[in-house]
Ligand binder design. Structure first.
Ligand code: ATP
Ligand code: MG
Length: 363
């Protein structure tokens, strides 16, 4: 039997720094009876442009299509600001998402108890929080036609079109129901069916898909009310599924319930492959953070938790994923903090590699 395959794309800025810590976790599993991965590493973003004159080489794209999962660090940096739009580092990431057709973006909002007082909300509102937002990523108002700035009489009009086909709603709804089945078996769908036709269809199709998942308790909420409920009492939710635009807002909102950008993982999933697992790309929510790159300050936890998501959703290793999450919980409970997790209280932060080493030790 061949080993599961993982393509690692560290990228730019703090990407390589946080990915080095993930490599330690991967190596720990390899040496301790966990999964052994067939790991390959390649370039994406500015570093790929420097090497090949393109932010994503065709060979890298082809490899991404073949592997069981892609793990990405971050792309971009001020060095590339003046590049032509089509050559910008971000285009490399967008091409990956588009050609792999990753239509379901998963963003967990999970509160580690040791950081509960770090949230801007009351501790009792966030402690123990564990919810998942599924955002449709490849359609909706960000892509709908017609779009553009048009002349109308003597003024200009900015036009975007919110558009969803039944099949686009169906497939992301299925991803969300599948997820709910593996979690708390509750799914809340959010749209604005009261004012938007796409919302009416969204609600109808999600309800229809729900008939294939009778064990999942499905509810519907208008997205504005959903935003309110997410800040009032987020623990009422398990999985939330919503469209591209509302998901953009709601996932940022939910994520920050729990603290720092340096803590937040994500997964982008596409259609199931021959092995039954979805095409998948895992990455921290944060960017390349050029302001702290190369200083050993970056928090590697977001990237390590992204790998944990890969273990769970691409490799059927839920136990190992939970082990990684417990290791993170342990080091935080021990008081270890990278600089982004410290307030003003003047405690000494640990470095990127010290945090990675501590997580491996806790494993
Ligand atoms: P992008 O456009 O790629 O999202 P950005 O500049 O908007 O980039 P980030 O690169 O995520 O956003 O950085 C935002 C801020 O958060 C920066 O000040 C950065 O130092 C901080 N930051 C981001 N990620 C981390 C991390 N892993 N550890 C510590 N600080 C981080
Ligand atoms: Mg940003």
């Amino acid at each position: 039997m061949t080993n599961p395959s993982l393509l690692i794309l560290p990228g730019d800025g703090i990407g390589p720094e946080v990915m080095a810590e993930v490599r330690k976790v991967i190596d720990w599993f390899g040496a301790n009876g966990g999964p052994v991965f067939d790991v390959s590493e390649d370039l994406v973003g500015g570093c790929a442009y420097d090497a090949h004159g393109t932010p994503l080489h065709d060979d890298t794209m082809a490899r991404a299509q073949e592997v069981d999962a892609v793990l990405l660090g971050a792309v971009g940096g001020p060095k590339y600001d003046s590049l032509d739009f089509s050559l910008k580092p971000e285009r490399g990431l967008l091409r990956l998402r588009k050609e792999m057709d990753l239509y379901a973006n998963l963003r967990p909002a999970q509160c580690f108890d040791a950081l509960a007082d770090f949230s801007s909300l009351k501790t009792e509102v966030v402690s123990g929080l564990d919810i998942m937002i599924v955002r449709e990523l490849t359609s909706g108002v960000y892509f709908g036609e017609p779009r553009g700035i048009i002349e109308e009489g003597n003024e200009r009009v900015g036009v975007n079109t919110q558009r969803y086909t039944e099949s686009e709603i169906d497939r992301v709804a299925r991803s969300a129901f599948e997820l709910a089945m593996r979690r708390g078996k509750r799914l809340c769908s959010m749209e604005k069916a009261n004012v938007m036709e796409s919302g009416v269809l969204w609600r109808e199709v999600v309800t229809q898909v729900g008939k294939d998942y009778p064990e999942v308790e499905l509810s519907h909420m208008y997205a504005d009310a959903g935003a309110m409920q997410l800040t009032r009492w987020p623990k009422q939710f398990d999985v939330i599924v919503t469209d591209n635009l509302f998901g953009d807002l709601l996932s940022d909102l939910a994520a920050m319930l729990t603290g720092s950008l340096g803590m937040l993982p994500s997964a982008s999933l596409g259609a199931p492959m021959a092995n039954g697992r979805p095409k998948a790309l895992y990455e921290p929510v944060h960017g390349s953070a050029p302001d702290i790159a190369g200083q050993g300050k970056a928090n590697p936890i977001a990237c390590i938790l992204s790998f944990a998501m890969a273990l769970r959703y691409s490799f059927d290793r839920g136990e190992d994923a939970a082990r990684v999450e417990r290791a993170v919980e342990t080091v935080l409970a021990d008081g270890l903090r990278t600089a982004d997790l410290l307030g003003e209280e003047g405690k000494a932060p640990v470095s990127t590699s010290e945090m990675g080493d501590a997580i491996v030790a806790a494993l």
